[in-house]
Design a protein around this ligand. Structure first.
Ligand code: NDP
Length: 321
């Protein structure tokens, strides 16, 4: 009998096709009656394929007593309660590496668009103002002469650092501990890092530990020429505090791909100048999303073939099988 897999969120077409060919699959968030589906298949579900922000918490796991593995679509697995999984002996996997360069490209594009006001300049052209009013006003910001601080020098942070070097920007970083094989200066706190640079790139994961790590003290350390870019998680930045800091001119500009309450965006951000807002598109190309989906299913297939899944998260390590 094929192992039963439950999906949450909206799996992409590649994931759907591969799951359907290897498993008995049920889609929780597309069921007309979730309760009825959980009552019918919950007891035999052995694997969960989760996508998106809908949480996989203890309450759901309690409905799935035979659950062995949660394969999450995405490198950031903050929607999955890994503590609850570990307590139940459930393995959690994510999809690292295959999205690193894509997200770093997006991050750098967002940085450039923010500093040089590229979205607003295009809006100027599309509104016909180039013809009626003349050239778009000179931007106060420039990437030239800036120094970049990266909060979270992990896989994606390091790929962003490589791009920054090619653009001639000095790089410094903050993470909980210094990275052994990196020469960039390390700062023990986000505030210390912000005081040393004028441009801050957030690439740290979400979760309780990083919640609002970037708040008023960091904005003020960054200063009135400061630019903040967040491609990590919305929860890391105090969004209301950022709106206040931007309004008061305590920081110059912000580029955000992630938000505290997606898909809702703080209304105060929408009408500020020098703010570029993207709808969480960091990894959102067909090729990269397919690579993530393939790795998500690879983890499930490996597990149910008795092999070690390729990318378990550190909180639920898997002994070699
Ligand atoms: P990594 O685990 O490789 O890197 C995470 C980095 O954050 C590490 O340098 C880690 O260093 C640091 N970090 C973790 N916790 C803290 C903390 N409490 N304080 C300071 N630094 C911390 O992950 P990736 O680079 O692969 O991905 C990073 C994040 O990017 C993901 O978790 C996800 O949230 C986000 N992301 C966003 C995407 C988008 O579409 N916008 C797409 C993909 C990912 P240390 O452990 O030493 O503290």
């Amino acid at each position: 009998m094929l192992p039963t897999i439950l999906t949450t969120g909206r799996p992409n077409a590649l994931v759907r096709a591969r799951l359907a060919s290897a498993f008995d699959v049920h889609h929780l968030d597309e069921a007309p009656d979730r309760e009825a589906l959980l009552a019918a298949v919950g007891p035999r579900v052995r694997g969960l394929a989760s996508t998106g922000h809908a949480g996989v918490g203890a309450d759901l796991m309690d409905r799935l007593p035979a659950l062995e593995i949660v394969a999450h679509f995405g490198v950031g697995y903050d929607p999955v309660d890994v503590g609850a999984a570990a307590a139940r002996g459930v393995v959690v996997t994510n999809t690292p590496d295959v999205l690193t360069e894509e997200v770093a490209d997006t991050a750098f594009g967002l940085l450039l668009a923010t500093v040089r006001e590229l979205s607003a300049a295009e809006g100027w052209l599309r509104a016909g103002r180039w013809e009626t009013d003349g050239p778009y006003p000179l931007t106060r910001g420039s990437l030239r002469g800036r120094s970049l601080g990266i909060v979270g020098l992990g896989r994606i942070g390091r790929a962003i650092a490589r791009r920054a070097e090619a653009f001639g920007l000095p790089v410094a970083y903050h993470s909980r501990r210094p990275v052994a094989d990196v020469a960039h200066p390390w700062y023990p706190s986000a505030v210390d890092l912000a005081a040393a640079v004028d441009t801050l790139m957030i690439v740290a994961p979400g979760g309780a530990e990083t919640r609002h790590m970037i708040g008023p003290a960091v904005f003020d350390a960054l200063g009135p020429e400061g630019v903040l870019v967040n491609v990590g998680r919305g929860s890391v930045v105090d969004e209301a505090g950022l709106v206040e800091a931007l309004r008061a001119g305590r920081v110059l500009a912000a580029g955000l791909d992630v938000f505290e309450d997606e898909p809702r965006v703080h209304p105060g951000l929408l009408d500020l100048p020098r703010v570029v807002l993207l709808p969480h598109v960091g990894s959102a190309s067909v090729a990269t999303r397919d690579a993530m989906g393939a790795l998500q299913v690879d983890n499930l297939e490996a597990w149910f073939a008795g092999r070690t899944p390729p990318t378990p998260v550190p909180e639920t390590p898997v002994p070699a099988r």
